[in-house]
Design a protein around this ligand. Structure first.
Ligand code: AKG
Ligand code: FE2
Length: 349
């Protein structure tokens, strides 16, 4: 039990245990999507999803259509990659030109996370604004640099991402219906989606009382589709009172986390849950989030259909591409600078 590099030190209130429930509350939904095959059950599924988005900001799905063997193959190839010596892994390190690739330790709100990651964009290339300047409408292309990466990891990532993206669209339709909107209301926001797949590896940590795998945060996404292994460590904060609880690993289930975009589009009807990952001294843990992001030109603001004189817009809109570009930029700045969060951009009017 040595001293921990101070860059990993969390504020004690981000770690302290007394406020954590021992188990996931019973009412948190695990929704079986094969029920959609029964026309009489479809409306129930839609209502359950709507309730989960409102009350918890997350739920789990089973029989979701992402084949188990596709996921297992990705886990296997990812493991093989992370086991490579560091000098091999850093050959595909992400850089300021493209965030795709390997990276050890991200900063969630200025503290270093106890993990290593591998990122790849769904679209290769992905279109992104060239600068953060609102006046500049120039665009750039981000590439996965796949030729430098292990080809088995490429194949497994691409196959898995294709399936998860399909699920994302199905969920968008169900969520849209749960809001009383036409099924395809959100589709136009994703013509040039900037989504990416991340593989997180959390190594055993000598001081889980001081560090976190990921510090408390809300995802900046539309939604996140997360595969987690059986080790556990993900915790979510309850909307009603902020109390933390562990998200139970369910075999072959996917965790669906609502992101900030939905909070804003629905003018706070739907919730984006704050979450974090605790680490342990003995077991490594893997998780694979797919971050669903809109196209660079999308203005994220409360949907007209969901606001009214009684429920005026609580957020000022922002341009998704510019926001993403400034996040990328702040990621490469010094540790003591604040990483830009969506809360910095949302103005309650
Ligand atoms: O590893 C997990 O369970 C959560 C990962 C996460 O929250 C993230 O990458 O944003
Ligand atoms: Fe997250």
């Amino acid at each position: 039990m040595g001293d921990l590099d101070p860059t990993y030190l969390q504020a004690p209130e981000h770690i302290s245990a007394p406020n954590v429930l021992p188990n996931q509350p019973e009412e948190v939904s695990v929704i079986d999507l094969s029920r959609l095959e029964d026309p009489e059950d479809v409306q129930n599924v839609i209502s359950e999803i709507g309730e989960a988005c409102e009350k918890w900001g997350f739920f789990q799905v089973i029989n979701h259509g992402v084949p188990c063997d596709t996921r297992e193959r990705l886990e296997k190839t990812a493991k093989k990659f992370f086991e490579l010596p560091m000098e091999e892994k850093v050959k595909v390190k992400r850089d300021e030109e493209s965030p795709a690739g390997y990276h050890d330790g991200e900063h969630t709100i200025s503290v270093k996370d106890w993990k290593e990651v591998f990122d790849s964009f769904l679209k290769d290339p992905t279109v992104i604004p060239s600068s953060t300047d609102l006046e500049d409408d120039g665009l750039s292309l981000l590439y996965n640099k796949w030729p430098q990466f292990p080809s088995d990891l490429r194949e497994a990532s691409e196959e898995y991402a294709r399936h998860v993206d399909k699920l994302a669209f199905k969920l968008l339709e169900l969520i849209s219906l749960s809001l009383g909107l036409p099924k395809e209301s959100f589709h136009d926001f994703f013509k040039e989606q900037m989504s990416f797949l991340r593989i997180n590896r959390y190594p055993p940590c000598p001081r889980p009382d001081l560090a976190l795998g990921i510090g408390p945060h809300k995802d900046i996404t539309v939604l996140t589709i997360l595969a987690q292994d059986e080790v556990g460590g993900l915790q979510v904060s309850r909307r009603s009172d902020g109390v933390w609880f562990p998200v139970k690993p369910v075999p072959n289930a996917l965790v669906i986390n609502m992101g900030n975009c939905f909070e804003i589009w629905t003018n706070d009807k739907y919730w984006s849950a704050e979450h974090r990952v605790v680490v342990n001294t003995t077991k490594e843990r893997y998780s694979i989030p797919f971050f669903l992001f809109p196209s660079h030109d999308v203005e994220v603001k409360p949907l007209e259909e969901l606001v009214s004189p009684e429920n005026p817009p609580r957020y000022k809109g922002y341009n998704w591409g510019k926001f993403f570009a400034s996040r990328l930029r702040s990621m490469y700045q010094k540790l003591d600078t604040h990483t830009i969060q969506v809360d910095d951009l949302k103005v309650i009017t």
